[in-house]
Design a protein around this ligand. Structure first.
Ligand SMILES: Cc1cc2nc3c(=O)[nH]c(=O)nc-3n(C[C@H](O)[C@H](O)[C@H](O)COP(=O)(O)OP(=O)(O)OC[C@H]3O[C@@H](n4cnc5c(N)ncnc54)[C@H](O)[C@@H]3O)c2cc1C
Length: 378
């Protein structure tokens, strides 16, 4: 069995055994039980991309994508937590961090810790170059003041990667730094009551005079923006992977139901219009899978076209995923619309893929900028 297939198989086994029994409660209670968090961390899902030399599983983007897809097939909340802590947090530290940052923070993840990535603010999500959270340099420290919002993992996190404005506002993207901030009482966390991905800890953070060492800047001061954009490329593929897992789950639910539910004397799968829905869903699922894996392979190969493929994968999976889950609900009829059905949760969860890590509109912008040669990885 290939390494990729063994990751798929072991993650499916773990998800069925450990996450299936608690997935509904995670959504209803909007939190993950501590013992589950610990086991997910011990399995390495919160440190997927931490290289082996720092104690992590050292998975490639494609391998992480497959692990996240399998987690999302059972619990979207755990999958998005793994996307952030296992991919978006270790990526910039491993790629651009100092040896000291790698030893300390990749080490925390490898030992079962959790990381969060704090970019979005109440003022601005799509326009990341307009952020206002201030990072003031005082001696060998940066003092951080501001508010971040919709931050995944926040209540569970041991440390945060925070985008701060260290330069002038008029310098836009050229005045932004990416800094590491340890969990501290200066970070006031308010959990938000979101429609989906419930339990993943989506929160607002008020940063009140938080201090971090200048040695915790990733790369150079005012040089964070490009690093953040590169991180989002990987985030787009792994977020698309959570969409894939949701699509797979919705397809399985609808297909099984269509074989059991009878109407007019036959299982509904015998009705040609239901067959049409099932076939259409299968096409959307398999084409999304192809494009997400292709984008992951291109990121692994450091292909210059990888950012465009990451946006294509995210955009396609998001919009087709919403279509697929709507069709699944249609196959389930009234039951699909009831809180007793899994598809009701999937319907709420899939919508986030059209918003998080850059909305559908922003992916279209990236695709065109990339076609015009205005985006190049570094
Ligand atoms: C469940 C969840 C988890 C999240 N987790 C995180 C996280 O861990 N860390 C983090 O930093 N953020 C996180 N986010 C935030 C997410 O990345 C932002 O919500 C997203 O980038 C959109 O920003 P916004 O909400 O400010 O919308 P806005 O930027 O205000 O956009 C509003 C609308 O305007 C459109 N729009 C804006 N600008 C343009 C343009 N130039 N051209 C065309 N249309 C445009 C958008 O597409 C959208 O339709 C999360 C969000 C959710 C819902």
């Amino acid at each position: 069995m290939s390494r990729v297939e063994s990751i798929r198989q072991s993650t499916r086994e773990f998800s069925e055994r450990r996450l299936r029994p608690v997935a509904r409660a995670i959504d209803e209670r909007n939190s993950v039980p501590e013992d589950v968090l610990r086991e997910v961390a011990e399995m390495g899902y919160f440190s997927l991309r931490v290289p082996e030399e720092y104690g992590g599983p050292g998975l490639s983007v494609l391998e992480s994508t497959i692990a996240i897809e399998e987690l999302a097939r059972v619990s979207s909340a755990i999958a998005i937590m793994a996307t952030v802590s296992g991919s978006m947090v270790p990526y910039p530290i491993a790629k651009y961090g100092t040896e000291e940052q790698k030893e300390r923070y990749l080490g925390i993840l490898a030992k079962g810790g959790i990381g969060a990535f704090a970019l979005t603010e109440p003022c601005c999500g799509s326009d990341a170059s307009a952020i206002t959270t201030r990072g003031t340099i005082e001696g060998d420290e940066i003092v951080i003041e501001g508010t971040k919002t919709y931050i995944t993992n926040a209540p569970y996190a041991d440390f945060f990667l925070v985008a701060v404005r260290t330069g002038r506002e008029e310098d836009r993207h050229k005045g932004i730094s990416l800094v590491i901030l340890d969990k501290s009482p200066c970070i006031k966390i308010s959990k938000l009551d979101m429609m989906g991905y419930r339990g993943s800890g989506t929160s607002e953070l008020r940063l009140e005079g938080c201090r971090t060492s200048l040695s915790n800047v990733i790369g150079e001061v005012n040089g964070g923006f490009k690093k953040i954009m590169m991180t989002l490329n990987e985030g787009r593929v792994t977020t698309a992977a959570t969409g894939l897992g949701i699509m797979q789950a919705a397809f399985e639910e609808a297909f099984e139901y269509s074989k059991q539910r009878t109407s007019m004397g036959v299982p509904i799968i015998e009705h040609q219009m239901v067959q049409h829905l099932i076939a259409e869903m299968n096409v959307l699922l398999e084409t999304s899978r192809l494009i997400v894996y292709e984008a992951a392979r291109r990121l692994d190969a450091e292909d210059p076209e990888a950012p465009r493929y990451a946006s294509i994968a995210k955009l396609f999976t998001a919009s087709r995923g919403v279509d697929l889950v709507r069709m699944a609900m249609q196959v389930l009829g009234g039951f699909g619309y009831s809180r007793d059905s899994v598809v009701e949760r999937l319907y709420r969860d899939i919508k986030m893929i059209e918003i998080g890590d850059g909305t559908n509109e922003i992916q279209r912008l990236v695709i065109v900028k990339s076609l015009l040669g205005k985006i190049r990885p570094s």
